[in-house]
Design a protein around this ligand. Sequence first.
Ligand code: SF4
Length: 676
Amino acid sequence: MTLTRTTCPYCGVGCGVLAAADGTIKGDPDHPANFGRLCSKGAALGETIDLDGRLLHPQINGVRANWDTALDMVAQRFSDAIAQHGPESVAFYASGQMLIEDYYVANKLMKGFIGAANIDTNSRLCMASSVAGHKRAFGTDTVPGTYEDLEQADLVVLVGSNLAWCHPVLHQRIAAAKQARPHMRIVNVDPRRTATTDLADVHLRIAPDGDVALFNGLLAYLAETGKLDKAYTENHVNGLDAALAAAQASDPADSGLNARELADFYALWANTPKVVTAYSQGVNQSVCGTDKVNAILNCHLATGRIGKAGMGPFSLTGQPNAMGGREVGGLANMLANHLEIGNEAHRSAVQSFWQSPTICTKPGLKAVDLFEACANGQIKALWVISTNPAVSLPDADGVAAAIANVPFVVTSDIMEKTDTNALADVLLPATGWGEKDGTVTNSERRISRQRAFLPAPAEARPDWKIISDVAKRMGFSGAFSYGSSADVFAEYVALDQAASAFPRDLDLSIFADADYAKMVPTQWPRNGARFFANGQYYHPDGKAQMVAVTSPVSLNSRFTLNTGRNRDQWHTMTRTGKSARLGAHLAEPYVEMNPVDAAALGALPGALIALQNSRGRVLMRALITPRVAQGALFAPMHWTRQRSTAGTVNSVMTPLTDPISGQPALKASAVTAEVF
Ligand code: SF4
């Protein structure tokens, strides 16, 4: 059996996989992300490649249609909406599951040919606060670190990250490094005790959104104890005084930690030069996510602990290609290739390269706003690609109603029965993992190939081709005449070279002569290159920017509901739900509740608990555990309305967002809880 070298479709670690059509799956020993390791999800990929439940033919209003009829209808309805209501009346909602090639073509159609920027993706739910924080601090959306830094650090601080379940192979790498270097210390900053806490030397049970107070307190401590790197800040950093003043005005006790915990953590961080602060959704998915990111970056900039081996901030990307999506400009506030919508020279260069009739001139609607625009009638045609927003967005019931309010909805998906597909006029069958070709970028800027090892089933087609075929029917044929995913990737690299005069971090020149078929996992800008090693950043004066940040106001609720992933499931279980082995881990929706709260409610283990607020109601079984603090609840995000008659947890997540990044606060929603 021939094994094909490809990449896992789940988390942002981006593990290399050797796969065959008979379901054989092995970790790729030569892939620099995993060196042969796989987690439970990756190892079970072979159990998820059957065609049960697949969308295999186009459908119009629930009836099978042929491709030409379906594509003609999509093109016509989008063209009609644009002609009658303008380009801002249409929108795409895409996904960090899409490959770079799919993302690039969708972004090009919306921004360069339709002429609006209403393309946002579920990466808004994942990384938008990191993007905004990076841009404020560095002038670019640059992840400076690598996985090796996490292994070489003497102190790894994991903030808002259940790495053991959400990035398991990276967790394994850190565990192995700690075993080999026993002096290595790990601090886990999380309101919950999780599987990741088991590896940590210290668990800091922070209050929800207590991160700004914690890291502001650290910055003030570093100044007070003479640990700032004055030479570094004088030469390479702006904004120290203002950031420090805000930090000194902040109360570390707002972190929810006691004085002993704070003092020990601050001393450990201050006295360990090689420290990596790695953070994920507990930081990003917050009303103050961008400020949390900058509070962390401030501490690294103020001490010069960045741009060197074994130290620096590290944003852990959730999805397999959230990074690639950012690189091609797949968010509503980006252009393409790390170029800016607000920069006229950038717009002109991209339009010239694309030879497009127009170019967007202002940012489009971010995810939560986009669906509000669906609800209020602004959006007349919506294309949802490779994601299930009727379940995955906060206020999920309101989002479902908003989608139902759009006059024309098309979805591209691999599965037929999803909560969002049920609301669509046209369903377009897409090829899935193992059937399609393309590239993805992992958390450490490494671009790897996903390769097909299965035939496309029935009438399924790759997303880049579906989008191109609609673009051609909208009258843009010349610019979308790609013959393969390799053609799309080559154009993406060529655009980067055409924009090489603009100072940016993105540099794809290493791929200019790459043989797409044989491409090996490659880190941009160059394998082994280290960003910011010379203290040069991307703001006009070449300096980094520290940002003054303040703590948010507390939710002040009897119960605060936090959401996240289970070890063996991915997103809405489209693929992982097919594996009985994975389903055996945690088989049904549950809500973690502290024993004191359970006693107060009269809830016994396994009792049905009703969680409710003004947005909706959901039922879940009580999992009574001290892993969560009193007043805190935790529920997994995976179950859809179609998989659970008790509802989906996002029905009770309020659609509050970070005002800078637009990322929803999926880690904290005020709810009531009672025994059902
Ligand atoms: Fe896939 Fe992530 Fe597991 Fe690696 S760690 S096998 S990328 S889910």
